[in-house]
Each structure stands twice: as C-alpha cells, then as structure tokens.
Design a protein around this ligand. Sequence first.
Ligand code: SAH
Ligand code: SF4
Ligand code: F3S
Length: 450
Amino acid sequence: MAGKLYVKTFGCQMNEYDTDKIHAVLGRSHGLEPVSEPEAADVLLLNTCSIREKAQEKVFSLLGRWKSLKEVRPDLVIGVGGCVASQEGEALRSRAPCVDLVFGPQTLHRLPQMLDAVRGEQRPVIDISFPLIEKFDCLPEPRAVGPSAYVSVMEGCSNKCTYCIVPLTRGDAASRPVVDIVAEVTSLTAQGVRELTLLGQNVNTYRGHDESGGIAELGALLARVAEQPGVERLRYLTSHPGALSRSLINRYAEIPQLVGHLHLPVQSGSDRVLKLMHRGYTAAGYLEKVARLREVRPGLTLSSDFIVGFPGETDDDFQLTLDLVDTVGFDASFSFMFSPRPGTPAASVPDDVPLEVKKARLAELQTRLGASAKAIADGLVGSMQRVLAERPARQGSGDLAGRTENNLVVNFPAPAELLGRFVDVRITAARPHSLRGELALPPLRVAVAS
Ligand code: SAH
Ligand code: SF4
Ligand code: F3S
C-alpha cells in the first residue's frame, strides 16, 4: 500500500542526511511519498536530537500533538529515531505510548521491515542497536537535491568530552571505506552536485580503509574526493581542534577546492574549563592551529561553538573566552548554556553556575560574537565573491540565494537558469543574517535578429 510519509527533523547535519535516507529507504520499499504536513501523512517519523535538554523536550511536546492525530486515525504509524530514541529506547514508549516504532541513527535502513512488523503484527518495534556501518551498505543510490550535498563519512565519536551525549547516542567512531564514499560522491556529481560537505561528529578522526588495504585519514579522503570530476567546492564538519593534524592543515595548500572557512569549535577560552571538559587542547594550542591554518591559507575564516556556564566556570574563565573571541575574530558562531545530559560525566557534578549568570554570560558572548561576525560581513561589502547559486531566495523576489566560500548566504537578482552554477557576485550590503549582491557580469543573452 502506497502512502504518505512526514518526517520532522531536529539536530545536526548528520540528522538531515539521515532524514534524506529515511525518505529514500521507505520510498523504495513502500512507495511512501513525502508530504509537508503531518495531517496528510500515514507514517509520521521524528528524527530527534538530545544534545541539550531543550532539544529533547521538543520531541515530547510534538509527540503530544501527534497523539491526538492518532486518536482520530488509529491506523497512523508513529516512529521516533535519532539520538533521543537511541538514548531512551524502551523508556520512550512509557513516556509516549503512541509511539509504534523506535529506531536509532544506525538502524534506519531497517525501517521497511520494522514498518511491516508494526502493521502486520500490530505490535511496537524497537531497534536501536549499533550494527556499525551496515546502514550505508543498505541505502539506495543518493538523490541530489540542488547543487550542494552532504555525505556522511563516519558515525559516532570516541572522544569523550565530559558534557556530550553524542558518544552515548551514536556510539564509538566508525568510518566508511573510501571507495564507498567516492562512489556516493560520483553519483552525486553526475546529478549536478558541485559542492560537497563531508560529515562526521568528529570528522577529523576519520580513518577509513582504502583500496590498497591501508587506512586513509581525512586529508587523504579529501584529496580523493577532490580528484573526482565535478567537485568544485569541498567542506567538512565538524572538526575537533585536538584532532586537526598538521598534515590536514597542509592540505589547504594542496587542495584548491577546500574552502577558506572552517568550523572549529573551541567551546571555551579557559584552559581550566577545557580540561574539565576533556577537550584535550589549551587555548594557546587552539590559537597556534588557527595561526598555522591562516599561514597555509591566508584569509581563512573560522566559526565556532561555545558552551557557557560549564560547572565550575568562573567570571575569570568566562573573560578568557571573550578574550579568545577577540583574538580570533570568529565568523557567525553558535553558543549555548551548559545543559547537563544524563549519563555524561559533567552531569554528575553540581550544575553550580546560576541560571541568571549563565544567561548573562550567553548574552554577552553573543553580543561579542555578533559584532565579530558583522565586522567580517561588513568587510565583504564591495568585494567580489564566488557564489554557488543554490536555490530561489526565500522572499519570492525572483532573486537567487547561494553561499560564499566562507559560508555566508548571499541573495542576488539573477535568472533561474543560473541555478546550480558558480557565479561571481559583487557584495553590495551586509544584513544581519545574509549578504546582498549583484551579478558581476549580467548573463549573456543571445541576440535575436529582428
Ligand atoms: N562534534 C562537534 C559538535 C557536537 S554538538 C564537536 O565536537 O565540536 C554541537 C555543539 O553543541 C557542541 O560543539 C557544543 O558547543 C554544544 N553542546 C554539546 N553538548 C552540550 C551540552 N551538554 N550543553 C550545552 N551545549 C552542548
Ligand atoms: Fe561530543 Fe564532539 Fe566531543 Fe565527540 S568531539 S564527544 S561529538 S563534543
Ligand atoms: Fe543532536 Fe545527535 Fe546530532 S544529539 S547534534 S542529532 S548527533
């Protein structure tokens, strides 16, 4: 029976990648077609995130709403996947009994059988095991949507930062073999993809088998991907500063498609806090890597993630974070208040920074980060940027939207024929969350003889 599928996604790019695969898997097996409204669906899935408590709570409030849909239509199938599912397993059903199936980030390829079991045997099904990278072997050919695509190159993380739930929800690091990644890349470029972002929670620790029986590190993988025809721009996410090796930094001199922008989360500028977080580097070590990166690739911009109010963080520690922000001059970044996650080491010590202090620090950091990002954006006004025209701009203005090499969104008037192509855009204004620009060269029009 064909039907409609609605998937709501929370969390990181890896979850977005997984959601695409959920659509592909259930489209192939059951002919399920995507719909944009939950009311129109026969199967409702939630791909969840548990990185902070707020993210997790969103899941239960949404399930409350879906429960009322199911009261009217008992044949609806409701499923929960992703990191909350992985963390809660069976317990999720006791809090939300309307859930029929629970799957983990690494078992989404088994959804067809799970769906059959739910429908056929009228019983809930739970599978949150970690069958390593079996998932990737069971996925249909990738389908490109637009000229930019994600490719997950590994799962999990073995870096036990004391605040972080990811190693518990996604398991230890496991890398896909190089050939499989290259095959996915060439399939995407054949469909018009020009920009790729290789994904992993701690992608710098990628270590995948290569064809000669050796192990390729991320730098070698990037070089292999860059060799494929059609790969014009290459990014990777997320980098751990401790695992940013000298050889990877040197690749910035060798691989022209690697963008001059890196998301390199520092979390804190205080060595004491970094130690409590088990990050494995110091502020000076971080700054040294930044300097080396900028030596190899002049003008490289950086963005970061920050946590404020980590247990034991003092005003002095926080000041060191502000100082580091001033020293580096980050581009658009993310900052969060510490949120204790069950089962992590940092959750077992007192969450001793009062909420008002956390809020005040967050506000101050965000003001500082906003000013730093604005200075970078303002500095681009008048410059020429190479932009990949990715999609029509949101406002329905007839403009196109794309991103610069340093990942800033630019809206510019241009004909739809330029979608999927790189164009030179002169930046005319910097707005709070995007840039405005104009085509450097108006597209050639074929003169029609009259
Ligand atoms: N793997 C990446 C990102 C992990 S999650 C890395 O190692 O940097 C994205 C961001 O969420 C983290 O960088 C961190 O800033 C934030 N984060 C993770 N756990 C958190 C917690 N318990 N409380 C608040 N923020 C958290
Ligand atoms: Fe979490 Fe990133 Fe640390 Fe891994 S490296 S434990 S994903 S914060
Ligand atoms: Fe969230 Fe899981 Fe990603 S906890 S950030 S969805 S790895």
